[in-house]
Design a protein around this ligand. Structure first.
Ligand code: F0G
Length: 456
């Protein structure tokens, strides 16, 4: 059969509250033209994030009932720890309440003021946590990543030559770790190839620098390797995952993505001393090392999710549903990041609205237009998110201005996606009438979450 179906049936549903365009115009103005400030009830199709928004399975909910809430040494902890070890191959597993807690603990121990942390592209919380420790987060995307419309299989890769140059100019002693984000969320949800992971690991090892993977969407990345990288087509997904992590010294993980969980995460390492230091910090701010701020039921749900996420029927459907939207938009001439990534569709707002300069936030303008048009909530990934240097206060255009329409796992059907395509095409037709935005008020760190905007 050619038709790729959702590999599940729906047992529980949530109603969508319908709103009119007029209502949405008032609501978004009240929210300072920032969809993060909207009430979720005022959103019809919520594509703000794929994080913590997954639909759990019957087995996942059964795990919630099985959760052991003992403070120390709970049965659910051992199930969680053993599952993480089995999937990723790391000895030491530190549970945390979500990915950024893993980042804070890891960087809090390794990053000192003035140090530099390279990555293919840091996610916003990763960058902010490095900067909070006085470090500098440097993105080294491969050259293909700069061209959103270019079809290349692994646009999430790091530029390995640029990494070598950075190490030579900075000095290995000032680089506490090298990171790779798989898939590369900030760079369009594009995968990183196995060859690139191994090349980056080899450079880091040569200079004695620890190599870490930000593993949030590891299963989607493994699926793309199986589809696109010579030599991996026949390998089972769990084997690809093990090969991805085999040369890493550790990982940070948000279980809110590729573990189908509504919360949780973990930090892994092979270094027993570092693990002990991490646990010491964990007790201070997150919780005892056998729960790390999570309920036993969350640990149980994550253990189930880490099994389901490796199912090839699921991964095939997941990639196909994203590609469906990307292909339909691209064939109508809408500028989108190509090829389709795993978890999201990225509109290229800079090309969608070429008359709006980056410092007038074309991505934010497009996000607002989609909401007003059809009640769809997306997220700007561009100059509003990354344009401000919090240390100098200087503002400059980000690498790109994208709008991310993140697709929650197992939540929306194909007709919801048809609706998203229709709304985007409608905004595309009237794009010349859209103007820019300016920021009215914003904090220094992670300003996009709470900033208030106004039409320019
Ligand atoms: N790393 C990546 C690549 C992420 O995408 C995220 C979160 C994190 C780290 C932090 O994890 O939210 O559990 O603390 N990304 C979400 C998103 C918020 O919408 O892409 P967290």
């Amino acid at each position: 059969m050619k038709t790729i179906i959702e590999p599940f049936r729906i047992k529980v549903v949530e109603p969508i509250r319908f709103t009119t365009g007029e209502e949405r115009e008032a609501l978004i103005a009240e929210a300072g033209f920032n969809p993060f400030r909207l009430r979720a009830d005022d959103v019809m199709i919520d594509l703000l994030t794929d994080s913590g928004t997954s639909a759990m399975s019957a087995e996942g909910w059964a795990g919630i009932m099985r959760g052991d809430e003992s403070y120390a040494g709970a049965r659910s902890w051992f199930r969680f720890r053993d599952r993480v070890r089995e999937v990723f191959g790391f000895e030491h597993v530190v549970p945390v309440h979500q990915g950024r807690a893993a980042e804070r603990i890891l960087f809090g121990l390794l990053v000192k003021p003035g140090m530099v942390v390279p990555s293919n592209a840091h996610f916003d919380t990763t960058r902010a946590n490095i900067e909070f420790c006085g470090g500098r987060a440097v993105d080294l995307p491969c050259p293909e990543a700069a061209e959103p419309a270019l079809e290349a299989p692994f646009k999430g890769n790091m530029d390995v030559a640029a990494l070598e140059r950075l190490i030579a100019s900075t000095g290995a002693e000032h680089i506490p770790l090298v990171m790779l984000t798989i898939t590369n969320n900030s760079g369009g949800g594009q995968p990183v190839s196995m060859a690139n992971v191994h090349a980056v690991a080899a450079v880091a090892r040569k200079h004695g620098i620890p190599f870490y993977i930000d593993a949030c969407r590891f299963a989607e990345n493994a699926w793309f390797i199986k589809q696109r990288e010579p030599g991996w087509a026949e390998a089972p997904i769990p084997e690809i995952v093990r090969a991805l992590f085999a040369e890493a010294d550790g990982c940070t993980m948000s279980a809110k993505k590729d573990a189908f969980s509504n919360t949780g995460g973990f930090l892994c390492t092979r270094d027993p001393q570092l693990a002990q230091q991490e646990r010491d910090l964990l007790i201070l701010t997150e919780g005892f090392p056998t729960y790390g701020g999570l309920a036993g039921r969350d640990l149980e749900a994550i253990a189930v999710g880490l099994e389901e996420i490796l199912d090839e029927h699921y991964l095939r459907y997941r990639a196909a549903s994203t590609a469906y939207v990307v292909d339909r938009l691209a064939s109508a001439g809408v500028p989108v990041v190509r090829p389709a990534g795993g978890h999201a569709v990225y509109l290229d707002a800079r090309r969608f609205l070429p008359h709006v300069p980056p410092l007038r936030y074309p991505g934010q303008s497009l996000v607002v237009a989609l909401y007003v048009e059809a009640g769809i909530r997306g997220c700007e990934i561009g100059t509003a998110m990354f344009g401000l240097d919090p240390h100098t206060g200087e503002e400059r255009p980000a690498h790109w201005d994208l709008v991310r329409l993140a697709i929650p796992r197992r939540v929306y059907t194909q007709s919801h996606m048809d609706y998203v395509v229709e709304a985007t095409l409608e905004v595309w037709r009237r794009r010349e009438r859209l103007g820019g935005m300016r920021i009215v008020e914003a904090p220094r760190f992670l300003r996009h979450f709470s900033a208030r905007f106004a039409p320019d």
